[in-house]
Design a protein around this ligand. Sequence first.
Ligand code: ADP
Ligand code: MG
Ligand code: MG
Length: 250
Amino acid sequence: MLKIKDLHANVDGKEILKGINLEVGPGEVHAIMGPNGSGKSTLASVIAGNETYEVTAGDIFLNEENIEDLSPEERAHNGVFLSFQYPVEIPGVSVTNFMKTAINESRKAKGLEDMPAKDMLKLIRDKSELLEIDRKFLSRSLNEGFSGGEKKRNEIFQMAMLEPKLAILDETDSGLDIDALRIVANGVNKLKSKDNAIVVITHYQRLLEYIVPDYVHVLYNGKIVKSGTKELALELEEKGYDWIKQEAAV
Ligand code: ADP
Ligand code: MG
Ligand code: MG
C-alpha cells in the first residue's frame, strides 16, 4: 500500500528526514513513535505532499505508483488521508456539509458527477451509526467550540466518509484526554479493513493500549532506528527513549 525508500527531506535547508525506509501493507496498522522533534510530523506532512518540506532524495509509492509529482490534493484524491493537527473553524458550515463538499470535490477531480443525495445520506447514516455519532453533532458548525474529543470525533468521521487507502493519524502529544483517545482508538479499530492501511503517530504508548498495532517503529533523529511489534511499545513505555538514543549513537 505504502512504500517509502530512503526518503530525505529538508525544511529551510536543514535536513529533517535522513533516510526513511518504511513499508505498510494493506490491512495493517503501524504505529510510529519517537521523542519530540524526531521528525514524525514531518514524515506525515511529506507523505501528504506538504510543500513546506523539500524532498531531496528517495521515493514514496502508493500502491506501486510513485506519488512524488502529485500535489497534496491529488494525493488526497488518490486515497491519502492525514488527520488535521490544527483544524480550522468554519462557522456556518456543518460537519456534514463540509464532508458533502469534500466528497463531491474529490469525485469531480476524478471526472465523476456529484454523489446522488440519496447515496450521500445513506453514506452519512452508515458511517455515523458505525462510529456512534449522533445527529446533533453532525449539524454542528465545523470545529466551532469543539472539545478535544469532538475534534477527534470529527476527524474520525472525515476518515470514515473518505474511505482512504492510507490514513495517517498524527496525534499531538498534549491535549488528548482519555475520552479523545478512546474516540480515536475505536475509530481506527472500526475503520481498519483489509483494503486500507493506517499509520498512527504518537508520542505516548497510552494510545496503543486501545489500538493494537501490527508493527511499531521508532523514529529518532530523522531515521527509523528500531522496528518491532506491540511489545516494542511496551518496552518504550517502561524504559523511555534514552536506550534508543544510545543505540542510535553507536
Ligand atoms: P515530531 O513530530 O517528531 O515531534 P517534527 O517533525 O515536528 O517532529 O519536527 C522535527 C524537526 O523539524 C524539529 O527540529 C522541528 O523544529 C523541525 N521542523 C519541522 N517543521 C518545521 C517547519 N515548518 N519549519 C522549521 N522547522 C521545522
Ligand atoms: Mg509531531
Ligand atoms: Mg525521487
